[in-house]
Design a protein around this ligand. Structure first.
Ligand code: AMP
Ligand code: MG
Length: 497
């Protein structure tokens, strides 16, 4: 009999933090510790993210990690804080907001030398909680955890999620629910609203400190002299506009509806951030409103690109004291208007199997959007079936998805004609890499949440695995790629989380 020392399992390499954000100065945050989460348990863990971060895999199995990621123990070197920001909510200036329930633990370096901030969402009240309780409920935490990793799996820039822990501690929303904490990971959680906060307060010194911090860490190329006559703040606005344009093109191409595109939910790094009442389209309904609280449809699916521009305009306004001239700010914003349509065309081209979309391909894209909308065709299933049919492996005809069969047949003929110039395997590979089989549909999240409420987290793990490689076939999970059940249309997701 051999006796292995238990040492390795019980004392994995600890995670040590720094906190570069803290060096900005006290006007940007309040130091405070997370509020402990009573008797926590694991709900979900992303081992692939742990590996990317260079964490000891055994650490994420340890009680030390469970306690640290629930806010019950501090990581070595951590200097926890909550940051202050403001923002425009539903088109209105909302004044001061801030991390009302998120606590930045600090940053860690991954083996490739990149720095990542760790943030606990739902870790208790902060000075910016306003009327809130500082907590997040299990259902919204599972949705954020899964969607963060799903977006990454789709190749869409996003904040990541390392883990969710839960507790039986009660949280009151419309009804009594239980508390959970999501560990979010991103190079930075800076939002447009951070800049609006100091700009509206007339505190140009702090605004400049924040902009310099952002440029030095994330946009050093903005200091190049050839851009905007050496005005780094105009260059920053342009760079954020470009990243936002690319992000929105990706959202629209995959059918992602964010639901609450307030300026405090817009990332300075062009990441998808703050997953609330988001939804992946089932049927293709361009005006779909996923947020049950959005009565006016301000954040309807097809309005997202314009809203992003509106939000960038707010950022431009906030940066104006640094940029100096209004014309420069407007010129910097201009990039969004040209880049977004070009990026969307590029994305839609790849879904069609066309790496190099030409002007004449625009009619193909417009044509399929019209047909999909007219028959409310399931968006993800359409693209996946089209991919399989193009590859010659289809078993269910794409045309069966349409009521307007002649309309679809004419479109399909035009699509085949466009593909005639492309080597077939190239087109198929491109389509397979850009048309996912699995997206986090509302009903899939809902099924995982229902089981999790009963203490069964297996479906959270299954979904995580599928969504982290959504272009793979995962043949044992065909039902996860099927049409939504009838009850899916009745799921109401609001801002309550
Ligand atoms: P959201 O619409 O989720 O982006 O939230 C807007 C603001 O409200 C942010 O500053 C959040 O931190 C804050 N907030 C939302 N829910 C809570 C809560 N339960 N407790 C404290 N603050 C919250
Ligand atoms: Mg938010």
């Amino acid at each position: 009999m051999t006796t292995e020392p238990a040492q390795a399992a019980t004392s994995p390499k600890p995670v040590t933090c720094g906190n570069a954000f803290a060096a900005l100065g006290p006007q940007f945050y309040t130091d405070l510790r997370p509020t402990p989460l009573p008797v926590p348990y694991w709900v979900g863990r992303s081992k692939p993210l742990a590996r990317e971060l260079g964490l000891d895999p055994e650490w994420l199995d340890s009680d030390r990690a469970l306690q640290a990621l629930s806010g019950n123990q501090l990581l070595p070197g951590s200097r926890p804080l909550a940051s202050v920001y403001s923002g425009h909510q539903f088109g209105q200036w909302a004044g001061q907001l801030g991390d009302g329930r998120a606590i930045l633990l600090g940053d860690i370096a991954s083996p490739d030398g990149r720095s990542h901030e760790l943030q606990l969402k739902g870790a208790g009240k902060t000075p910016y909680s306003r009327m809130g309780d500082g907590r997040a409920v299990l259902r919204s935490s599972i949705r954020e955890f899964l969607c963060s990793e799903a977006m990454h799996g789709l190749g869409i820039p996003t904040t990541r999620a390392l883990a969710v822990t839960g507790s039986n501690a009660a949280v009151r929303r419309e009804e009594l629910e239980t508390a959970a904490v999501v560990t979010r990971v991103a190079p930075s959680f800076l939002r447009f609203g951070h800049f609006e906060h100091f700009s509206y307060a007339g505190d140009t010194d702090s605004l400049r400190l924040l902009a310099d911090h952002t440029i030095d860490r994330f946009y050093p190329e903005c200091r190049a002299q050839d851009r905007f006559g050496g005005n780094p703040y105009a260059a920053l606005l342009e760079a954020v506009s470009e990243r936002t344009a690319r992000l929105l093109a990706q959202w629209q191409s995959v059918g992602f509806c964010h639901g609450v595109m307030n300026t405090d939910n817009m990332s300075m790094l062009g990441l998808t951030i703050d997953y609330g009442p988001f939804q992946f389209l089932d049927a293709f309904v361009p005006g779909h409103i996923c947020n049950h609280s959005d009565n006016q449809g301000r954040y309807a699916f097809n309005r997202q690109p314009n809203i992003a521009y509106w939000n960038l305009f707010c950022l431009g306004q906030a940066l104006l004291p640094l940029i100096g001239e209004q014309e420069l700010a407007l010129a910097a914003l201009e990039s969004y208007k040209t880049l977004f349509p070009a990026a969307l065309q590029q994305r839609m081209g790849t879904k069609l199997g066309l790496a190099d979309p030409q002007e004449e391909h625009r009619t193909l894209v417009d044509g399929i959007f019209k047909l999909l909308a007219a028959d409310r065709v399931d968006y993800t299933i359409f693209w996946h079936r089209l991919t399989r049919e193009t590859a010659g492996t289809g078993t269910e005809p794409v045309r069966d998805l349409f009521l307007d069969r002649p309309g679809f047949d004419a479109w399909a003929q035009a699509h085949r004609a466009a593909l005639a110039d492309v080597p077939p395997q190239e087109a198929v590979t491109l389509m397979q890499r850009n048309n996912p089989k699995f997206v986090l549909r509302n009903h899939l999240g809902e099924q995982a949440i229902r089981k999790a409420k009963e203490g069964d987290f297996a479906e959270v793990a299954t979904l995580l695995e599928l969504l982290q490689s959504p272009f793979d076939s995962h043949p044992a999970h065909e039902t996860h790629a099927g049409f939504p059940p009838d009850w899916a249309a009745g799921i109401e997701i609001s801002c309550s989380s």
